[in-house]
Design a protein around this ligand. Sequence first.
Ligand SMILES: [Zn+2]
Length: 109
Amino acid sequence: MNIIVHIWHWLLTVTGTAIPDGGSNWYNFWSGFGSDFGEVAILGSLVALYKHHNCSVKGCPRIGRHAVAGTPYLTCHRHATLAVHKQLHDDHKRKFPDQHELLNQDEPA
Ligand SMILES: [Zn+2]
């Protein structure tokens, strides 16, 4: 039981929620550990932005700029070939048949 009390005290100290006598409520938390929430949100949004614009070929780290016709996929300059685009088009047709049909309504079945 003693170890749990020590761990709890350590957690309160690290997060800044152990308020000393005369200290203001939550000041240590928001000026210390709590101020990192904004930085985590910024890093998360940068990762999401990169993943949204990343090349659709698995494992490729480049930014995709070439749209694959009939799909929401993008490829980088290196993967902007007919063979790769055809492969991605077929993959999209197999993985998302309803969306593929919606995006390719003018294509003969
Ligand atoms: Zn690529």
